[in-house]
Each structure stands twice: as C-alpha cells, then as structure tokens.
Write a protein that binds this ligand. Structure first.
Ligand code: PNS
Length: 166
C-alpha cells in the first residue's frame, strides 16, 4: 500500500456480526482503500461466541470485499491504529443515544491520539434497530431473525440455541 492510500478501522466485539455491521462495512469499504475490521479480544469478557468464532464469522461475511482485512486487537484501539498506520476510525450510528456514546468515544480517542479521527455512518433505516444483544434476546424466544444477520451467523446462532447455550 502506498503512502497516499487511505486506511480505516472498524472495530467492535462482533458477538456476532449483524447485517447492520455488514452494511457499514460495505459502505466504508467503498470509501477507503483499506478497511480493517478489528475484532476485540478481551479474555476477561465472556461473550456468546468465543473470540475465534467471532473472527471466523466476520471473515466469512466479508470475504467478498478485496480491500477488507480482518484483524484482532486488545488494549487501546488508538494504540493499535497508531502502530499500524491507521488514522481513521469508522463507526455506525443507529439512534440518538448512539450519537451521545459515539461522540464521547470519538473525543476520548482523539484526546488519546490527536492524529486519529472518527467517521460515523448513519445506519440504513432498515438496520437501525439491530444490535447483537437484542438479536440474542429475541432468538431466545424463537423470533425469526433471518433478515437481521448473515446466513452463516444465523446457522451458528440456531446451533447455539439448539444446544441451550442461548
Ligand atoms: O462492539 P462495540 O461495543 O461497539 O465496540 C466497542 C469498541 C471495541 C470499539 C471499544 O470498546 C474499544 O475501542 N475498545 C478497546 C479499548 C479502548 O480503546 N477503549 C477506549 C474507547 S474510547
């Protein structure tokens, strides 16, 4: 990658990746030369899917995008970005409360590293109510979630449900 090419980071827990995440990824991948998807590795926080499975699902869902690279990080996101020549963070916003939270994070990240800026993508209306945690909750009550997550994720979620892990 040459010096003038743009590199951005879309980080998250992705527990699991949803159609909302994927919409932001598809849109950001059109704008930046390289988009890294940073899957947070936090050994102290137990999610539904283990870290390896979350990475595997993000990779499976983004394999159609040549300029997307799936990576993992732990610790401070801005530190990872600084060490890897990334100066833009990508975030999606769904609601007003997301804006408050995202502004706070963007400003904290800028405080920690003034060279890093955050670009926020307003979610598509049809994904504005999707969150990984709500998906897990409604699946628990047998709701149909096929429009909310990619097919491979749906399969894994149903598998977890059948094993009583949700
Ligand atoms: O899946 P999420 O909750 O939207 O992701 C939040 C994430 C992982 C981007 C954020 O918690 C993060 O950057 N964590 C790494 C530690 C860090 O840098 N914290 C400071 C944030 S201002």
């Amino acid at each position: 990658m040459s010096k003038n090419e743009t590199k951005a980071m879309f980080a998250g827990s992705f527990d699991p990746i949803t159609n909302g995440h994927l919409d932001v990824i598809n849109r950001a991948a059109r704008i930046f030369d390289e988009l890294q998807i940073g899957v947070l590795y936090n050994p102290n926080k137990k999610g539904l899917f283990d870290f390896e499975k979350r990475v595997e699902l993000v990779k499976a869902c983004t394999s159609h995008l040549d300029n997307v690279k799936v990576v993992s990080f732990n610790g401070l996101l801005v530190k990872y970005c600084m060490e890897n020549g990334i100066d833009t963070l990508v975030r999606g916003i769904r609601t007003g409360s997301d804006v408050d939270y995202e502004l706070q994070m963007a400003r904290m990240n800028k405080e920690l590293n003034p060279n890093i800026d955050t670009i926020m993508f307003p979610s598509d209306t049809k994904f504005s109510f999707i969150s990984s945690s709500l998906i897990k909750e409604v699946l628990l009550f047998d709701a149909d979630i096929k429009n909310l997550v990619p097919h491979v994720v749906l399969k894994e979620l149903k598998d977890k449900k059948s094993k009583g892990e949700i």
